[in-house]
Design a protein around this ligand. Structure first.
Ligand code: ARG
Ligand code: ZN
Ligand code: CA
Length: 242
């Protein structure tokens, strides 16, 4: 990619209650978090005691609020089978999904904070889904997921990143500068927490692709940056966004 990649964002807000119809200020706060986290401008980027500070990355992707589309519905939860993306199921079809990142904001249910489609899938369902209670930093944003990091994590998936533990015991995320983890971490792990996998490496629990609370995650690695930017190159699965 030449220069800074700029991704237009379309928010599709589906609401039954007025609280679910989250404000423009809350949506803008989410854009602001994405811009900080993907440009090493987050206030916790320089957290002390980070054993992985040398592999921290400034990914260098900007996000621009393009449109907000709102729709009143009678559904109280949408699940994770993409109904929110389909007009014939009461949802909203994506707008220009090959050139814009569509983010659906709705009540998902089942304790799910958000989910994403990886590159290479159908454009009709492409994008990220966020529960409104875990969107942005103001309004209905709810502790301990009130710092907008659900979107940072899900956009990481949308840009081809896997969970840091590789979704298996001592699994792989196909990124060489992230260590092997036993499993997902929750809450805010203690400094110095080690994996019991081969070599007992310090875990990179402060990575956005782990499962900690929002205040516990504050970096992508250089290898993750390379993996994300590759999909936007000529011939890459998201080259249409360049
Ligand atoms: N897909 C994950 C879930 O719903 C998102 C985890 C995001 N983590 C966070 N700290 N916001 O559980
Ligand atoms: Zn995930
Ligand atoms: Ca790795």
């Amino acid at each position: 990619v030449n220069g800074v990649l700029e991704i237009p964002v379309v928010f599709n807000v589906l609401y039954r209650t007025t609280a679910e119809n989250i404000s423009l200020a809350q949506l803008q706060s989410q854009i602001d978090v994405l811009n900080k986290d993907f440009n090493a401008q987050n206030s916790d980027y320089n957290t002390a005691n980070n054993p992985y500070s040398s592999v921290r990355a400034n990914v260098g992707i900007r996000f621009v609020l393009d449109q907000v589309i709102r729709k009143s519905t009678t559904k109280s939860s949408w699940g994770t089978a993409d109904a929110m993306k389909k007009a014939n199921r009461g949802g909203l079809a994506p707008t220009s999904p090959t050139t814009k990142l569509n983010i659906w904001v709705c009540t998902i249910g089942g304790g799910i904070l958000g989910y994403a489609q990886f590159p290479g899938g159908s454009s009709a369902t492409d994008g990220v889904v966020l529960d409104g209670k875990y969107t942005g930093t103001t309004g209905t944003a709810t502790y301990p997921f009130n710092l907008g990091r659900t979107a940072t994590h899900e956009v990481g998936h949308w840009m081809n990143l896997r969970h840091i533990w590789g979704d298996a015991t001592c699994g792989t995320d196909s990124v060489s500068d992230t260590p092997v983890h036993n499993a997902a971490n929750y809450g805010v792990p203690a400094v110095g927490h080690r994996s019991t996998c081969s070599g007992t490496p310090l875990e990179m629990y402060m990575n956005y692709m782990d499962y900690t609370d929002d205040r516990g995650m504050y970096m992508f690695s250089g290898g993750q940056k390379t993996r994300m930017l590759a999909i936007f190159d000529v011939g890459g699965s998201r080259a249409s966004f360049r």
